[in-house]
Design a protein around this ligand. Sequence first.
Ligand code: 0GY
Length: 295
Amino acid sequence: MSEIQTMDADWLEFHPDPKVPDFKLPEGAVDAHCHVFGPSPEFPFAPERKYTPCNAGKDQLYALRDHLGFARNVIVQATCHGKDNSAMVDACRTAGDLARGIASVGAEITEAEIAEMDAAGVRGVRFNFVKRLVDSTPQEVFLTIADKIKAFGWHIVVYFEAQDLEELEPFLKKLPTTLVVDHMGRPDVTKGVDHPDFQRFIRLMEENETIWSKVTCPERLTKAGPPYDDVVPYPAAIVDRFPDRVLWGTDWPHPNMKSHMPDDGALVDFIPRIAPAPEQQQKLLVDNPMRLYWA
Ligand code: 0GY
């Protein structure tokens, strides 16, 4: 008998009624970091998951896309689905050319399986180093996967926290594809942009032209809460220095938000605070994601 998958007691569901943003997104804007959860039981959550979320399926994601004014999505496999990418792949297939995906796979993945996901719109894999989300994976496993996916022109999305970058850096430099770092490597925003941890991340991008950053998740990084004034200097610094290697996304349906659930419309209104110039906005929201995911 299959397990009943009830969401965690402290789980916050996504905002039921986000505002229409005041900021008008440029035409063709891409929400380059979002997830689907289930819905279970059609797409059950993985036995090894560290949390059980609410259901948040493709129909709700695409309704949000239209409501906010996005044209496209990049759907990142969430850890609650483990290496079963079927909900994400199904969502990509439904959207046709309007969605791309990032998968989680093991070293046993075959060329045929990669090709099948590629045809559905998957363009990369995610390597997750955040200990509260996943059990650790040996580096050789990641290197084997990297070797297999690079032939397809895929890239690697990496998720880690600022304090782990120093140890991780030599390994990241061994990876043979473009790397996209989730949420700027999660800086501690109480420390200031001049803190060595954030400067290490800036240096990493400066010295490695194949490293990109998602300037995402003020709602995760903030200590002050909405409207996330304490986060602004971090993404603003990255957008200013690396305008051609940044991506933006909602992170809907916002896994593991325990303090508050953001209004996705208000998150869109955060964009001009970190990318004030129209040219920056065009690159962040359209040109960069189109080059990486749709070229
Ligand atoms: C995010 C952040 C988180 C979770 C996941 O796949 C996931 O479970 O990515 C988190 O808890 O910080 O990017 O969605």
